[in-house]
Design a protein around this ligand. Structure first.
Ligand code: ADP
Length: 265
């Protein structure tokens, strides 16, 4: 722990002394350090695609100027890198919006079954490209909860997209909705949403840090798959805002299960 020490002399008639106060500033320092790390991470993440873009612009102005084939190839890479920056900036904005709203309780009753269903529909092209089938269990009847519909759509979009991305080609992804009469850690009844993949799994050592911003098990692989490393951080903040819980179970080589547990208000 670190302390800030403040002293002030006291003179009270004949008595003399000093008041010494210790203030624990460990938390403050930790918050400041996290902010610094975040800014450094954002700068690094933006600089990587930017450096690539600047490099290709140089080449296009010089050596590749009259080479139509090279020009086409470089423009494709530039498009991809600019897309990466665009995604990163959108996710940063999302994260900051979600953080700003974290203290405001969602006040709308929404059908969570419909939200999960449309998240799956929106991911159909991505799943098909990866030859992944997404099955949905338990969404036959509507499930009404107090929730922010856009944010919940984002939660399931991020989790299901990860399951498809890291689940492996040809493997199935299962989304299962279950009503829980009582969930440990939440006071009353809850609804549990499991997103299950049969992919590579995640080593136990990574699990506690997985929802930190920019934390990735394999940064190279995540970038290759177009990931920003912010998806799970956004998910975590949204679930906190809904007073829910995120549980991650994973076994290396077998697959992972991300469970969102939301109170039935
Ligand atoms: P990214 O944009 O890199 O996918 P996320 O915040 O969504 O960022 O996820 C953080 C990291 O967690 C990923 O880089 C990946 O290493 C790991 N991860 C997330 N979901 C899964 C999954 N279903 N299976 C294996 N690893 C996963």
């Amino acid at each position: 722990a670190s302390y800030r020490i403040m002293t002030s002399p006291i003179t009270d008639g004949a008595a003399r002394g000093a008041l010494i106060a210790f203030e624990d500033v460990t938390e403050l320092e930790k918050a400041e350090e996290m902010r610094r790390d975040f800014v450094a991470n954002v700068s690094h993440e933006l600089r990587t695609p930017l450096t690539a873009l600047l490099g290709f612009i140089e080449t296009l102005k010089g050596a590749a100027r009259d080479d139509a084939v090279a020009r086409e190839r470089f423009l494709t890479i530039m498009e991809r890198e600019a897309g990466r920056m665009n995604r990163l900036v959108s996710e940063l904005l999302s994260l900051s919006r979600v953080e700003a709203e974290e203290r405001m309780r969602p006040g709308e009753r929404v059908d969570m079954a419909a939200i999960v269903r449309s998240a799956i529909t929106a991911l159909k092209p991505v799943a098909e490209a990866a030859q992944v089938e997404i099955e949905l269990i338990g969404a036959e009847a509507p499930i009404h909860l107090l929730a922010d519909p856009d944010q919940m759509a984002q939660v399931f979009s991020n989790l299901i997209e990860n399951a498809v991305k890291y689940g492996g080609s040809g493997k199935k992804v299962t989304v299962e909705i279950t009503r829980e009469p009582r969930e440990i850690g939440l006071r009353g009844p809850a609804v549990r949403f499991d997103v299950i993949d049969r992919g590579e799994g995640i080593d136990q050592v990574h699990l506690p840090r997985l929802t930190e911003r920019f934390y990735r098990v394999d940064a190279h692989r995540s970038r290759e798959k177009g990931g920003t490393g912010l998806g799970l951080a956004i998910v975590k903040h949204i679930i906190n805002r809904h007073r829910g819980k995120l549980k991650i179970d994973s076994a290396k080589g077998k697959g992972s299960r991300f469970s969102v547990i939301l109170p039935e208000n």
